[in-house]
Design a protein around this ligand. Structure first.
Ligand SMILES: NC(=O)c1ccc[n+]([C@@H]2O[C@H](COP(=O)([O-])OP(=O)(O)OC[C@H]3O[C@@H](n4cnc5c(N)ncnc54)[C@H](O)[C@@H]3O)[C@@H](O)[C@H]2O)c1
Length: 352
């Protein structure tokens, strides 16, 4: 792996400078904060390319990845495109000898992950995924407390998101583009759980409900005929018997009060949008039979640490935290959940 003398020597380019969440700008600013040099933007939408020029005066701009790869000296390319493009565009960059970061999800299928990892190893370049939420304050604190033994041994994790609402008119609604309803927030929630559950996943059962929104959107709805599941659930069994249930729903009329709940032998640790709660069997439990409830605010997010680690890694000063093998784990589990739902049977895990 070629190492850079200084982060400043890492010339970074982003592929995709979309307007939904202005993620291209966020990435370039975080890479700059980590000492790297914002160098180029590739975007097929000319209006968004003009926004990038305004945000970063003097930055190189390209209307196609081929042109960028042909003409730019950029060393590290970050893919911030719709999900189905992560694999083909990242593969092109790896084959051109560039270091690569993809936004989450890493790619869409296990096979794509395997092929990208093999190509990166062959080329001697880095491949990683922007798991910024690895450093979310709420999961850092949850992991710290759970590792201290506050809730005992974790045996069940429940992760949920969604509500009862019609899908929006954007590419995330298209199954062939997004991969399915589990591939957006589901990847973050799985990555949280995998940080905390110190065990190997061995089996996945997937469940999906389809067709309700497909039948109830207007005929003119652009994604009709190619819509995500209304709801999908992955139930994951771990080697020592613990259970993880992930559910993303657009048909959930009883919204869940929490994002993630970790259940252990001494109580539970709950992550809600607005804070954390623990309910534990403390000293008083034997006498009163009552659990002790504590609540608090989440600590601040530290997502800037993602690019700090990438810069340190490329300068030979640290191990890579979000390796492609780590990024493959949630993708593999979601891929299996989809296939399991389609086949109506549980499937064995290869990369647990
Ligand atoms: N980590 C996070 O917190 C987080 C937050 C939001 C989005 N995301 C991820 O970021 C990615 C992009 O999502 P978004 O919300 O920014 O979408 P978006 O639609 O706003 O942006 C995607 C951009 O990619 C461009 N694009 C499409 N094909 C291209 C090509 N061949 N070459 C160059 N540009 C191309 C589009 O024109 C568009 O501007 C997704 O993977 C999404 O899951 C992650």
């Amino acid at each position: 792996m070629p190492h850079f003398a200084s982060p400043r020597d890492i010339k970074v380019g982003v592929v995709g400078y979309g307007g939904a969440f202005n993620m291209g700008r966020k990435h370039l600013l975080e890479m700059k904060r980590a000492g790297m040099t914002p160098f180029a933007v590739c975007e097929v939408d000319a209006e968004r390319l003009a926004v990038a020029e305004d945000d970063f005066p003097g930055i190189e701009t390209y209307g196609s990845l081929d042109a960028m790869l042909k003409r730019s000296d950029v060393n590290l390319l970050v893919h911030i495109t719709p999900h189905n493009l992560h694999f083909p565009l990242a593969m092109k960059c790896v084959r051109a000898g560039k270091h690569v970061v993809t936004e989450k999800p890493f790619v869409v299928t296990t096979s794509e992950a395997d092929r990208l990892i093999a190509a990166a190893e062959k080329q001697g370049v880095m491949v990683s995924t922007y798991h910024n939420r690895h450093w979310d304050g709420w999961v850092l604190r949850a992991k710290r407390e759970i590792d201290k033994g506050v809730i005992g041994d974790v045996f069940r994790v429940e992760a949920n998101m969604g509500g009862y609402r019609a899908p929006k008119d954007w590419w995330r609604t298209s199954e062939s583009i997004s991969g399915g309803v589990l591939y957006d927030w589901g990847v973050h929630l799985l990555e949280y759980a995998l940080q905390v559950i110190d065990d190997e996943a061995v089996e996945v059962s997937g469940f999906a409900h389809r067709g309700h929104w497909e039948a109830n959107v207007p005929k003119s709805f652009p994604w009709r005929g190619d819509m995500n599941e209304d709801e999908a659930t992955a139930v994951i069994r771990f080697a020592k018997g613990s259970l993880l249930r992930l559910r993303i729903s657009q048909l959930n009329a009883l919204p869940d009060p929490h994002l993630v709940a970790f259940h252990g032998t001494k109580g539970c640790y709950v992550i809600r949008w607005d804070g954390w709660t623990t309910r534990t069997a403390g000293a008083a439990f034997r006498k009163t039979g009552k659990l002790t409830e504590k609540t608090g605010q989440h600590p601040k997010d530290q997502s800037h640490r993602y690019y700090q680690n990438v810069a340190d890694y490329l300068c030979g000063k640290a191990d890579l935290v979000i390796t492609p093998q780590w990024a493959r784990r949630p993708i593999h589990l979601i891929d299996l959940a989809k296939r399991s739902a389609a086949q109506n049977k549980s499937l064995k895990v290869k990369y647990g």
